[in-house]
Design a protein around this ligand. Structure first.
Ligand code: SF4
Length: 179
């Protein structure tokens, strides 16, 4: 794995404000339907748990944004998978500790669920319960929030995309905790 540096930023917003300005469940559900993970991972839509669907029960949304900067430019994009997996597990561990201490709902990161192993098939594909429900939480996207705007407007950090199969200047991981 290539070397990289990380910077962690935090932000908070009233939940009513976050719902009004950044939430569009129908739009993001439609986008999620185009992903092969839709209905095939327990962290992805369609979500049925009322802790995930009744978001007005929370009063505040706290966020963490991790900016991951590769120390060499032009590294192949495949490197992103291992970097994101490692940093995601560490970030979500922090979120789950907060959830245990304060209640509410930890909101994880999007993408392939890492908890059954890198190439495991999710139990949902066979209609079975999640093997690690104590670790798995939905992402902001799965809950219907605009993560790109969250990063840009609450952190001033636009999400960058790869253009030529190499890593962008930085990767952005955004997750949160609703209390
Ligand atoms: S922990 Fe395993 S069973 Fe649960 S959502 Fe992740 S891949 Fe699926």
């Amino acid at each position: 794995m290539i070397e990289y540096s990380t910077e962690l930023f935090t932000a908070s917003i009233a939940m009513a404000d976050y719902l009004e300005r950044f939430h569009d469940r129908r739009r993001f559900e439609e986008l999620c339907r185009q992903c092969p993970c839709y209905g095939a991972r327990w962290c992805c839509p369609p979500l049925t748990d009322c802790a995930h669907t009744d978001l007005h029960r929370y009063t505040r949304a706290d966020f963490m944004l991790l900016k991951v900067t590769p120390l060499q430019s032009g590294a192949p994009l495949e490197q992103a998978r291992d970097i994101i997996r490692r940093e995601r597990i560490a970030l979500e561990r922090t979120l789950l500790e907060r959830e245990r201490a304060l209640g509410g709902l930890a909101v994880g990161l999007t993408g392939d669920c890492p908890y059954c192993g890198p190439d495991a098939v999710c139990a949902r594909t066979a209609g079975d319960p999640c093997r690690h429900p104590e670790l798995v939480r939905p992402s902001l996207e799965a809950l219907g929030f605009d993560v790109a705007r969250t990063a840009e407007e609450l952190f001033g950090t636009p999400i960058l995309w790869s253009r030529d199969a190499t890593l962008p200047p930085y990767l952005t991981l955004v997750c949160g905790h609703f209390v």
